[in-house]
Design a protein around this ligand. Sequence first.
Ligand SMILES: [Zn+2]
Length: 366
Amino acid sequence: MFISTILFILVSSDPSFEAPHPPNRVKEVRAAWNHSGTGAYPGDWERSCRVLEENGFTLILPNMVWGGIAHYPSKILPHSKTFRKYGDQIAQCLAATKRHGIEVHVWKVNYNLATAPKDFVEKMHKAGRTQRSVAGKPTNWLCPSHPENQRLERNVMLEVIREYPVAGIHFDYIRYPDREHCYCPGCRERFEADSGKKVARWPQDCYSGPRKEEYNAWRCRQTTQLVATVSREARKIRPGIKISAAVYGGYPQCRASVAQDWPEWIKSGYLDFVCPMDYTANDQSFQKLVENQLRLVGGRIPVYPGIGASATRPPLTPERVAEQIRLLQRLGARGFTLFELNLTTAETLLPGLSWTVRKFKDRAVP
Ligand SMILES: [Zn+2]
């Protein structure tokens, strides 16, 4: 009796004595976006990866390419100042993450030319490839319905997959800026051709008139088509590659406003995981968004909701972020995506989160 009690105490206090995970369960994914494409310490991806690993992160989404600029030696897009100063960011990121067991999914900003060189933007304007608002105002975004833009976006994303052994490619800004776009002359022409019917009063009929629904469905098809094409081609180039997207948290509102019908992409099998941007300091709003997203996805693919640590004003404290992580775990999400890894969050937030993340380090989720 005495010996068996001792044995019980010995065995039960041995940290290696744990029940194995059931075979149909996988480990939680703890991801972070990185907006700069350089990690938290420019020129030192090794240091960023060390911080990520030390604090329990398993996946990084570094923003390496925009609508008109690349942080790697692209043969298609102009090279960024970051590339000229620090060199090939995808190659450096991959080398460092390999040493620390972290997955890399390259984040592509679609259509948006905010960081593009002036002459590139000018060239796109002149070629009629940029967007116009319903009031006719030019906007520095590529028009999604322009066939040359569809090709450009696709070719750049496939270039990344062909050139680098990345685990995945990640869509962002895969949408229109708002409900006011795009009403460029090319959109009118292409919409009329696709629908086989002239627009009597352009753009009013499409914006708020009798063809409003039809026009919005057409806008949705433009973003959906890019996701479909890249997904199909990428999987041909590298079977097993993961396709993912950062999407608006509120659905169906985002379908009507920015023409982003992301549940449709999931039903069609184009995505392998999705990261809705649920940036709010209010836990009740956060929970509502996540519950709706999990219901829409219906377990088809994992959902890693985005936590707006540095996207909310003021930024969320480590305690607030930890609470949202715990909330996700209770709701049954299979992981989370932190916005975002930068110098401040690497130095202050991640170490503060470490306890929460570590506590669940080997936590299996359904
Ligand atoms: Zn257009």
